[in-house]
Design a protein around this ligand. Structure first.
Ligand SMILES: Cc1cc2nc3c(=O)[nH]c(=O)nc-3n(C[C@H](O)[C@H](O)[C@H](O)COP(=O)(O)O)c2cc1C
Length: 156
């Protein structure tokens, strides 16, 4: 019997659209075909280093605000960076960003922090940019499913 893996979702979801995106990520990650993965969601302000240290993979979600990741996700990194440094190297992660216009500043900012932590991108970041598009929901669901399936199969 395989050991249950832990997938942590840390996502800022301040609006109806971003809540739907976060819920879609969770729906994908909790797909009925996923057997041995426990998915836990925490808003960034409630997540801390202990949650990361016990995770086998992490999904980050944020809006872009003023050309950067949300203050909430930045606060999460401010509190977790040093306690996790050198203890979470190689942690597989995925990122999705909801941006009204751009998103590139957020992609760069998250990349520089996760590079510092030596986390490993398990897939291309998902940038949901512009006017809200229903396709974002399916893309978020896929992102969650891909991470959970990879963990379940032992290939992440
Ligand atoms: C204060 C504030 C700053 C924002 N700054 C940016 C920004 O720099 N770049 C961008 O692409 N979108 C920006 N946005 C748009 C948000 O990313 C967008 O409203 C958020 O992701 C929620 O999306 P929704 O309207 O689909 O719910 C900003 C929104 C707010 C409220």
């Amino acid at each position: 019997m395989s050991e249950t893996k832990r997938l942590l979702v840390v996502a800022h979801a301040p609006s109806p659209n971003t809540r739907r995106m976060k819920d879609a990520v969770l729906t994908g990650a909790r797909h009925e075909d996923i057997e041995a993965v426990e998915t836990r969601y925490l808003p960034p302000l409630e997540a801390g280093p202990d949650d990361v240290l016990e995770a086998d993979a992490i999904i980050l979600g944020t809006t872009e605000n003023l050309g950067y990741m949300s203050g909430a996700l930045k606060d999460f990194f401010d509190r977790t960076y040093y306690p996790c440094l050198e203890k979470t190297e190689g942690l597989p992660y995925a990122l999705y960003v909801r941006a009204g216009r751009d998103g590139t500043g957020t992609l760069r900012a998250v990349d520089s922090i996760t590079t510092g932590l030596r986390w490993r991108p398990a897939q291309e970041p998902l940038l949901c940019r512009g006017e809200f598009d229903e396709a974002f929901i399916g893309q978020c669901e896929e992102l969650g499913l891909y991470m959970a399936a990879g963990l379940d199969a032992g290939i992440l």
